[in-house]
Design a protein around this ligand. Structure first.
Ligand SMILES: NC(=O)c1ccc[n+]([C@@H]2O[C@H](COP(=O)([O-])OP(=O)(O)OC[C@H]3O[C@@H](n4cnc5c(N)ncnc54)[C@H](OP(=O)(O)O)[C@@H]3O)[C@@H](O)[C@H]2O)c1
Length: 256
């Protein structure tokens, strides 16, 4: 832990959804926070709420993390931390060829490049400190290829694979690395992705608040990965037993 008595955490994508709820959980645990995203109004409202409720310091950093300059800005404004929550991310529903080129490359920049940049940077400083926690937000989509969400699922497969490897490399250094793999969660994600959750998806959906509590608990235990929601937990095991052709057909239908 850093020298002040309070832990300090950086939460990316804290202006809505899962990131905002994770910031609320960490704030309630007494962590000082740096919260970042592009929407200043949402971040400032959250900072005010958490400062009043918990008497913690909350710093707002407005940055576009799909740009390298935005990531560097967050690092410069944040300083050393005890906890990194790499949560900012988005996806698009639709056929790869018909979706916008720039938007999909932007997704790779945010979901993969920024996440890796921050984990590499803070992984190194935490290793020097001899302690720290990194929580990378992947998805249940990380466990199989995703026709009609090809790039998004591939970015999340990267996040899961990368997190597992980093968890192993940093074992015994005092730094833990955890992948959060949620299934459907009703957040701003669906509007950005251009999708609507149907009755089937909603029946298995877990609230952002529940996902956040599960995630922080797993991160604090230093678990390698966590899947919130009992309906989602068997998915990786089922995936191992099913041929790729069947997985592709099922996901294609689900994502249509
Ligand atoms: N919802 C689900 O069903 C679900 C399932 C599995 C995994 N996930 C993952 O959970 C994470 C959080 O998503 P969510 O569901 O909470 O969606 P959300 O409500 O849309 O939140 C996404 C967050 O990322 C931020 N963000 C987006 N683009 C950004 C950029 N270029 N630079 C900086 N920040 C950016 C957004 O803030 P601004 O718009 O203010 O920049 C927002 O705070 C994502 O990584 C997502 O892939 C979601």
């Amino acid at each position: 832990m850093l020298s002040s008595e309070k832990e300090k955490a950086l939460v990316t994508g804290a202006s809505s959804g899962i990131g905002r709820e994770i910031a609320r959980v960490l704030g309630a645990q007494g962590c000082n926070l740096v919260i970042t995203a592009r929407r200043r109004g949402e971040l400032e409202a959250l900072a005010e709420e958490l400062t009043e409720k918990h008497g913690i310091d909350v710093k707002v950093v407005v940055s576009d993390l799909s740009e390298q300059i935005g990531v560097e800005n967050v690092i410069r404004e944040t300083g050393d931390i005890d906890i990194l929550v790499n949560n900012a991310g988005f996806g698009f529903l639709g056929k790869h060829i018909s979706l916008n080129q720039e938007g999909q490359l932007n997704m790779i920049d945010l979901n993969i490049r920024a996440l890796t940049h921050l984990a590499r940077h803070y992984g190194a400083t935490m290793k020097k400190q001899g302690s720290g926690r990194i929580l990378n937000v992947a998805s249940i989509a990380a466990f199989q290829p995703g026709p009609n969400m090809a790039v998004y699922c591939a970015t999340k497969a990267y996040v899961l694979s990368y997190t597992r490897a980093l968890h192993s490399e940093l074992k015994k250094s005092g730094v833990t690395v955890t992948a959060l793999c949620p299934g459907f969660v009703e957040t701003g994600f669906q509007e950005v992705a251009g999708m609507k959750l149907g009755t089937l998806e909603l029946s298995g959906a877990v609230s952002a608040d529940k996902v956040a509590k599960t995630a922080v608990k797993a991160m604090r235990k230093g678990r390698r990965e966590v899947i919130p929601g009992w309906l989602n937990k068997p998915i990786p095991y089922a995936n191992r037993m099913v041929p790729v052709s069947l997985k592709l057909a099922v996901v294609k239908r689900l994502m249509s």
